[in-house]
Design a protein around this ligand. Structure first.
Ligand code: ADP
Ligand code: MG
Length: 561
């Protein structure tokens, strides 16, 4: 069979360069990545076979196998999972599809200095390519389940790779790392050492649900000793919280989310009774950049009795919690459960309700126990969570309780509606807010003048969703939410009585001018009136209380309505 040579995509080459001149201080994680891929491949095969029993694949002993050869200085990670076709190898391994990685490379280019770059690298996953941190050549041999022919992929990571069709490849994938020369001063990093391999698997991959076996050293006759299973395969979600270390939870999070950073919060729930399930959910520490795109992948996996069933199970949490990652393991569902069934299942709906409440109450605890962590959470995910104020009226109060907003009273700080109401001035009946594109544009708005003058607090709302939820929510603890840019706002009650008298007098005085202005602007405005809202600017445009605000108007116009 001819061997064909291909060039890596530009981004892929860039990433490989980073790996080769490696930058990660902790190189051990390459093995975690390869084992994680192997585990995914086994999950996929198991599912494929479940859906189509006629698939010509052996699923009787799905496992991951590690083999070291100190003389040849190789380490092989083998799985008998789904495998890849010839075309898939080119697509999946030769290019960078993972959007997080693409984002990482963009940020890396922007962070010109190397110190900044190193900081960034530690935060992003590079999956399969991380093998090049420890190897100067990588060979991958794979055969897709159900296909006859296999594929061999080889690369030194230097711009090109080769592909070759192979007739006798076993089902699944094996990745062989030709390790870089050993560092005589640093035995700790010898990845042919059985001790080292055991340690890494235990640390990073213990919870993997498939056996990770270490092939014993071969005797003189070439026969291998009994393989040893290195991982406990214990499902972390089924264990009580005090049995599991924070690090173990974090490793599971990284496996599920493909994020290299630690999560912000771990949430566990074990439901007993007629419909039993266990959930282990994570709040990430950073919002992915594609959170607001249509094809954003949710991150909660569904398991049934410890068996992986599906990724990004949409039915488990509402869309406004789509950033939550984790595992839900249900005892009483069929292994054959489909999305259609899930959508109709009463138990799943109950589960969603309970999980939603649990996530919201965890955010609530974070808010009271750890203000800094809550601030991170809100900065990253507040915009998404506020969608729930519009779409989930059942949980509206719970969402409002964990929502906070920028305010005129406090430079960087935010305020909750509860705090706002507590510090409202005497005589103030409403909660005032203003919406706009940025804090700066709001600060310069003439609508702000009278409020600033009187020291009345105004919430500064700058997310597009803000315009929608304020209408949906309407009021909080009997206080109306009022836009200071809409309708007539009488701040008279908050001045002393004399101001009111003055204004009446003024209205008479200016009746002529107002009438003349109304005639001149007839086409463009509904009404011209004296206002208490300005102190410096001579005039401002105000929408009727029921009119659309300018931002909403342009949003609807953009949507073609
Ligand atoms: P990620 O796992 O985040 O998708 P990787 O770089 O680790 O990124 O892997 C890229 C892709 O290559 C995987 O999504 C998968 O489709 C494919 N792949 C990698 N390893 C294997 C394997 N052992 N078996 C089957 N497919 C694999
Ligand atoms: Mg991976």
């Amino acid at each position: 069979m001819p061997t064909e040579t291909f060039e890596f995509q530009v981004e892929a080459r860039q990433l490989l360069q980073l790996m080769i001149h490696s930058v990660y201080s902790n190189k051990d994680v390459f093995l975690r990545e390869l084992v994680s891929n192997a585990s995914d491949a086994l999950d996929k095969l198991r599912l494929a076979k479940l859906r189509d029993d006629s698939l010509d694949a052996d699923v009787s002993d799905l496992h991951i196998e590690l083999e070291t050869d100190p003389d040849a200085r190789t380490l092989t990670v083998r799985d008998n999972g789904i495998g890849m076709s010839y075309d898939e190898v080119g697509q999946l391994i030769g290019t960078i599809a993972n959007s997080g990685t693409a984002e990482f490379l963009r940020e890396l280019r922007e962070a010109q200095d190397t110190a900044g770059a190193e900081g960034l690298i530690g935060q992003f996953g590079v999956g399969f390519y991380s093998g090049f941190m420890v190897a100067d050549e990588v060979t991958l041999l794979t055969r897709r389940a159900g296909e006859e022919q296999g594929t061999r992929w080889t690369s030194r990571g230097e711009g090109t790779y080769t592909l070759e069709r192979v007739d006798d490849a076993p089902q699944g994938t094996s990745v062989t790392l030709h390790l870089k020369p050993a560092d005589p001063d640093n035995q700790l990093h010898d990845y042919t050492s059985v001790w080292k391999i055991k340690e890494i698997v235990k640390r990073y991959s213990d919870f993997i649900t498939w056996p990770v076996r270490l092939v014993g050293e071969r005797g003189d006759g070439g026969e291998a000793a009994e393989p040893e299973t290195l991982n406990s395969m214990k499902a972390l979600w089924a264990r009580s919280r005090d049995e599991v270390s924070e690090d173990e939870y974090h490793e599971l999070y990284k496996h599920i989310s493909h994020d290299w950073r630690d999560p912000l919060e771990t949430i566990q729930l074990q439901a007993e009774g007629t419909f039993e399930y266990q959930a282990l959910l994570f709040l990430p520490s950073h919002a992915p950049h594609d959170l607001f795109t249509r094809d954003f992948k949710r991150g909660v996996q569904l398991y049934v009795k410890r068996v992986f069933i599906m990724d990004d199970c949409e039915e488990l949490l509402p869309p406004y919690l789509r950033f939550v990652k984790g595992v839900v393991d249900a005892q009483d569902l069929s292994l054959n459960v489909s999305r259609e069934i899930l959508q109709q299942d009463r138990h799943i709906r109950m589960m969603q309700r309970r999980l939603t409440k649990k996530v919201l109450s965890s955010v609530r605890s974070m808010m009271t126990d750890d203000a800094e962590r809550y601030a991170t959470f809100w900065r990253e995910f507040g915009t998404v969570l506020k969608e729930g104020l519009v779409t989930d009226s059942d949980n509206r109060d719970a969402i409002l309780a964990v929502s906070s907003f920028a305010t005129t009273h406090g430079e960087d700080g935010t305020v909750t509606l509860k705090q706002y109401v507590e510090r409202m001035r005497d005589g103030q009946d409403d909660i005032y807010y203003i919406t706009g594109e940025s804090r700066e544009s709001i600060d310069n708005s003439p609508h702000m003048e009278a409020f600033r003058e009187r020291g009345i607090e105004v919430l500064l709302l700058t997310d597009p969703v803000d315009e929608v939820w304020v209408d949906a929510v309407g009021e909080y603890e009997g206080k109306r939410l009022r836009s200071i840019a809409k309708g007539e706002i009488d701040l008279g009650a908050q001045d002393d009585g004399k101001a009111g008298e003055d204004r009446e007098k003024q209205a008479e005085e200016y009746a002529g001018l107002l009438g003349w202005l109304r005639e001149q602007l007839d086409e463009d405005v509904k009404e011209v009136r004296l206002s208490t809202r300005l102190t410096v600017s001579p005039a401002c445009l105000v929408a009727d209380a029921n009119d659309l605000t300018p931002a909403l108007e342009s949003m609807y116009r953009a949507m073609g309505q």
